[in-house]
Design a protein around this ligand. Structure first.
Ligand code: GTP
Ligand code: MG
Length: 240
């Protein structure tokens, strides 16, 4: 069965097993299926740690994380991994064709599925502009992609699984405002719940929910308009 992508954090706290200090304190929020959620906060605020709890890369110490109303500790991890697309902060591409790089981790993906994912990730047009198209080699002897092209390629890789939830860890930092907005709208159109870690106000403008983290705590949550009205830190980020 597929997931709708409603995500709930209910009083979630977390610390890494090898450390004393809590990294996330008492985080609670709720998203609707297909929502765009922007996560902001300074370096070290806990953004990557927060999204890592959703596919159970780590286990929270207290509180409950739910997907579509189900406690994720009751869901099988294979199912979770299939249902959740994760684009980590560090981009990993290997020497091989663009097609192989997108299909990495889902080697049975058909070319049609790969193209569909690339279109959704807004990288298809770039790929077909290369003489070899999807057979273009990456790496030392192949083409050099720009930072934004690499980001969209790794987003396409996550989308090949048709996830109901997509986690983007700073994966749009090199995209221009228009390409990013088109990408977010495309994800909305396919009802993929998207968590976008970002430093850019341009990515939060159209988010259904913005989570503003400070030192592991949820300083504020709401829409752009709500945070502009209620949160001094957000106003400062907006004006800077
Ligand atoms: P940036 O990516 O720099 O913007 O930061 P972030 O908001 O993603 O913070 P992150 O969640 O990575 O880190 C939050 C806190 O957890 C920081 O104090 C980190 O030092 C700590 N931390 C992150 N990863 C690990 C880990 O694997 N082990 C341990 N022990 N601590 C970690
Ligand atoms: Mg991070």
């Amino acid at each position: 069965d597929t997931i709708n992508g409603a995500v709930t954090f209910d009083h979630v706290s977390f610390q890494y097993p090898d450390t004393q200090a809590a990294v996330l304190h008492d985080i609670s929020f709720e998203t609707k299926p297909g929502a765009t959620v922007a996560i902001m906060g300074a370096t070290g605020a806990g953004k990557t740690s927060l999204v890592g709890l959703i596919p159970r890369l780590y286990e929270q110490n207290t509180g409950v994380v739910k997907i579509d109303g189900k406690d994720i500790t009751t869901l099988n991890t294979e199912y979770l991994r299939d249902a959740i697309g994760y684009v980590p902060q560090e981009i990993i591409l290997f020497t091989g064709t663009i097609q192989d790089n997108i299909a990495w981790g889902k080697e049975d993906a058909t070319l049609d599925e790969i193209i569909e994912a690339a279109k959704l990730a807004q990288i298809h047009d770039t790929i077909i502009s290369f003489p070899m198209g999807y057979d273009t080699m990456l790496g030392q002897k192949g083409v050099n992609l720009s930072g934004g092209q690499k980001q969209r390629l790794t987003i396409a890789r996550a989308l090949v699984r048709k996830p109901g939830i997509l986690l983007l860890d700073d994966s749009t930092s090199a995209l221009d405002i228009r390409t990013e907005a088109t990408l977010l709208q495309a994800l909305r159109d396919v009802a993929c719940t998207t968590f976008l870690i970002t430093q850019k106000i341009s990515s939060t403008l159209h988010a259904d929910l913005i989570l503003l983290l400070e030192d592991g705590s949820l300083l504020a949550q709401g829409s752009h308009e709500e945070l502009l009205e209620n949160c001094v830190l957000y106003q400062r980020i907006y004006e800077s």
